[in-house]
Design a protein around this ligand. Structure first.
Ligand code: UDP
Length: 329
């Protein structure tokens, strides 16, 4: 029996496929390569280039492969873009998930683990954030991810499918082998943007706001290594395979770092000065997002292996140094 990974050529998807293949699991990847890279897919995985909104293509895959469970990453994931082009997010994220679930129900596949996000919480009531806290997204991206969670819940009641939603905080870092890593175009995330400065691709970093109600005035985030996220997906799938009920888990290190602290850590790792300028706040940025991941630890037995920010940044730096153009030759 195989595991289907949708979006398995993307950043977190490719790292999860890597861990699954290295653990000897049989893996099938489906990806339309709109933002993913064929070169990031582990050579042992069987690859289907398809769009999950294409029911016919999914039917061919489900008929050709014996799929036991699905790990679902395929989605659009840029907060800013989700505000300027919300319908793209409803189409790709919600409609895409709907077609995938229709195919799963049609082919009797009843277990799914999927990427949700800390953006489902919006401006948090308190930190660290618990899974039971209020969900009130402040952007279309978070809204569509929360709606995906709700869709799973209703489909579960009707058809007996079981799901785990993993709400990631700030995914970062690269596989310790240096073979795969983060490659977005355009890049919007803090750590890869910082590393563009020592990488010679950017002169300085713009810090978006230094007047937040935090000790140094910059936003605080919870950075979690992509390989730790990948491990959590495998544990969540095994949890479902062992009969676990529908569940939602936060995934973070439980420690917050301010944007300025992240720059400091990157200076230590790279030995580069990394000049910064203060720029206006970015719309929709909550001041402080820190996860409580106690539930993932106690129920899934998950424990991040890369809890140290400098170590995380060092893995990202190793990847970016060797691949200044990402997967492009
Ligand atoms: N950020 C920044 N400059 C940049 C990119 C990001 O100051 O060039 C800030 C951003 O405003 C936020 C933090 O870095 O406070 C993390 O942003 P990112 O996009 O990496 O992740 P998010 O928390 O939005 O998911």
């Amino acid at each position: 029996m195989a595991i289907l990974v949708s979006g398995g050529a993307g950043y977190i998807g490719s790292h999860t496929v890597w861990e699954l293949c290295e653990a000897g699991r049989d893996v099938v990847v489906a990806d339309n390569l709109q933002t993913g890279f064929r070169a990031s897919v582990h050579p042992k995985a069987r690859f289907y280039r398809l769009d999950i909104r294409d029911r016919g293509a999914l039917d061919v895959l489900f008929q050709a492969e014996r799929i036991d469970g699905v790990i679902h990453f395929a989605a659009s994931s840029q907060v800013g873009e989700s505000m300027s082009d919300p319908l793209k997010y409803y189409d790709n994220n919600l409609h895409g998930t709907m077609v995938l679930l229709q195919a799963m129900v049609g082919h009797g596949v009843d277990k799914i683990v999927f990427s949700s996000t800390a953006a489902t919480y919006g401006e948090p009531e308190r930190v660290p954030i618990l899974e039971t806290d209020r969900t009130q997204p402040t952007n279309t991206y978070g809204e569509t991810k929360l709606a995906m969670e709700h869709m799973m819940s209703w489909v579960s009641r009707a058809h007996g499918l079981r799901y785990v939603a993993l709400r990631y905080f700030n995914a970062c870092g690269a596989h310790p082998s240096g073979l795969i890593g983060e490659a977005h175009d355009p890049e919007t995330h803090l750590i890869p943007i910082i590393l563009q400065v020592p990488g010679g691709r950017r002169e300085k970093l713009s810090l978006f706001g230094d007047d937040y109600p935090t000790p140094d005035g910059t936003c605080i985030r919870d950075y979690i290594h992509v390989s730790d996220l990948a491990q959590a997906h495998i544990l969540a799938l095994d949890y479902l395979m062992n009969g676990g009920e529908n569940n939602v888990f936060n995934l973070g290190n439980g420690v917050g770092f301010s944007n300025k602290e992240v720059v400091e850590a990157a200076r230590r790792v790279t030995g580069h000065l990394i000049p910064t300028v203060i720029a206006p706040r970015r719309a929709g940025d909550p001041a402080r997002l820190v996860a409580s991941s106690e539930k993932a630890r106690s129920v899934l037995g998950w424990a991040p292996r890369y809890a140290d920010l400098e170590t995380i940044i060092a893995t990202a730096w190793a990847w970016h140094k060797d691949h200044p153009n990402g997967y492009a030759k």
